[in-house]
Design a binder for this molecule. Sequence first.
Ligand code: SF4
Ligand code: FES
Length: 250
Amino acid sequence: MNLTLKIWRQKNSNSKGKMVDYPISDISPDMSFLEMLDVLNNQLIEKGEEPVAFDHDCREGICGMCSLYINGEAHGPDRGVTTCQLHMRKFKDGDTIYIEPFRAKAFPVVKDLAVDRSAFDRIQHAGGYISVNTSGNTQDANSLPVQKEHADRAFDAATCIGCGACVASCKNSSAMLYVSAKISQYALLPQGKVEAEERVQSMVNQMDAEGFGNCSNTGACEVECPKGISLENIARMNREYFKAKASTKD
Ligand code: SF4
Ligand code: FES
């Protein structure tokens, strides 16, 4: 396949970026999108030019590091996959492909296509855990019965990989789908109920402090999420939040 890539290049977070054209040829349709970028980077290095910076780690759809906006869609044109699982067979010979970083005020560009998503880590640190006494007298987790339906929903929420596609595809740059997945995975289980009120308030407060926008129920996040995280989690987070606010009111 012969393609024209239009890639966002930006030296660092303070400099102004621009789209730069890169023609590329002999790309196999069986290559992954990131392998195609590897080919481009090898060619740039051989020519003595600066390679394109982009994030990746596992290349198996589990770490959430890859984060490209491809032809106007987070993770590109395929559904239910991350950028590292996107294959070149999804494109046609002769195509022009636009490649940009995830854009949001709370995700500043570090360089080229790599953005800083540490705002997600800070939200997680604000309450995305349970406190367990590991003194040796810890209760066996299996001794607490959990309804099958609740266990399944908690597991579905826990499949969020923290990639940020929900934020990038939202017109308000809202992080509600991400935060609600993290809240739901605990709210549905008995182990998570102990700190539920504190957790939801701390995580929502941190989300607001990071500069993410509000949810206006557009649903783009659910469509672009590579893990199929459902909007029902946002409804659950709102219920948890109002419940916590009502019971902690003076
Ligand atoms: S909710 Fe989906 S899109 Fe958002 S961070 Fe989690 S996996 Fe990524
Ligand atoms: S590189 Fe890990 S999910 Fe894509």
